[in-house]
Design a protein around this ligand. Structure first.
Ligand code: SF4
Ligand code: SF4
Length: 209
């Protein structure tokens, strides 16, 4: 099981550049989603302009389902400069892969919770590492796409684009580099590695009523 927690308003406000399309995922019920806090924050962001559409869908982690769900919003998505996703790390990765030319950002962090994980078939994985990195890596998870879960760039061992640990997989950091290059965001790689917040937010979970 896992829990999603909103990033701070200051962090999220900095992600918004130009016209912004917001998508929330209320898919799996085993995932705690901070619905009311997200709604309040998104209303504040909408009041400041720039938000051209805000929708809520289920199971955006399923690529096929996502495409069906978003069909009637394609014009708005093409118009948008930024897609801001409020979901676990898997949902954000699915959006980032589906719209490779767009700035796709996560408004949430994802933390683990004890318990059984749902079995929705997915192309992407999230290690529930806490303070989500996807906003620095073009929507490709360095924790699960890199065999060593490196967060500070390539280990130097890849050959012909393949990982030195598993020659059957593409090097995650080469994928990240290519994606940032495509988005003209390679300057992100010059930033120092962030000190991360590993604190689990369990005490902030709502009590059963
Ligand atoms: S960086 Fe990867 S493992 Fe960590 S929360 Fe984001 S998607 Fe999940
Ligand atoms: S070769 Fe790439 S994916 Fe493999 S461990 Fe090194 S950086 Fe990570």
């Amino acid at each position: 099981m896992l829990i999603t927690q909103l990033k701070s308003k200051e962090v999220i406000a900095k992600l918004i550049k130009g016209k912004t399309f917001i998508i929330n995922c209320h898919g799996c019920k085993e995932v705690y989603f901070p619905e009311h806090e997200a709604d309040k924050l998104q209303k504040e962001l909408s009041a400041e302009g720039n938000v051209i559409e805000k929708i809520t869908r289920d199971y955006i982690c399923s690529t096929d389902n996502l495409q069906v769900q978003l069909n009637k919003f394609m014009d708005k998505i093409q118009e948008a400069d930024t897609i801001l996703v409020f979901s676990c790390g898997v949902g954000v990765q699915t959006l980032a892969k589906s719209f490779e030319d767009k700035r796709v950002y996560s408004g949430c962090d994802t933390y683990p919770l004890p318990g059984f994980q749902g079995l929705t078939p997915q192309k992407f994985d999230c290690g529930q590492c806490g303070e989500c990195y996807l906003n620095y890596t073009g929507g490709i998870c360095p924790i699960t796409a890199c065999s060593k879960s490196l967060v500070n760039g390539q280990c130097g061992g890849s050959k012909n684009g393949k990982c030195e640990v598993d020659k059957n997989m593409e090097c995650g950091w080469e994928r990240i580099y290519r994606k940032l290059e495509k988005l003209k965001k390679l300057d992100i790689l010059d930033y120092p590695v962030k000190i991360r917040n590993y604190q689990l937010p369990f005490e902030e979970l709502p009590k059963d009523e």
